[in-house]
Structure formats: C-alpha cells, structure tokens
Ligand binder design. Structure first.
Ligand code: CU
Length: 66
C-alpha cells in the first residue's frame, strides 16, 4: 500500500540520500519518492506495521515526521 509521510528538515540532495539510506534499511518498504519541495516521503509498504520502522529511521537520520 502507498503511504505519504510529511518529513520536516530536508533541504538538499544530501538529505534525500540520507533518508533513502536509513529508510532503505527497513524491510518490506519501497521508497517511491522523496520530495523536498513538498516535504514528503512516499513509500510502498507491504504492511501497516512497517511505518514504525520508517518513522524511526527518519528520526535516526535527523529529520522529523509531522
Ligand atoms: Cu541536506
């Protein structure tokens, strides 16, 4: 299922790479889009429970989920 998360604090390509790297560690998650302008991360997850890992990964990367 597709999910869109609002992520605060992204400002450059480096941030995009960092988000991709950290969230990429989560199983069952495919990153569809990291959009700095609209401050969103779009993912395809196989189960709702994957959101927990994603949110933790974003925070570990130093960004904030709104
Ligand atoms: Cu950056």
């Amino acid at each position: 299922m597709k999910k869109i998360l609002n992520v605060d604090g992204m400002s450059c390509n480096h941030c995009i790479e960092k988000i991709k790297r950290f969230v990429g560690e989560c199983e069952g998650v495919e990153i569809l889009k990291v959009d700095i302008d609209n401050k969103i991360l779009e993912v395809d997850i196989d189960d709702e429970s994957r959101l927990l890992c994603i949110i933790e990964a974003i925070e570990d990367a130093g960004f904030e989920v709104k």
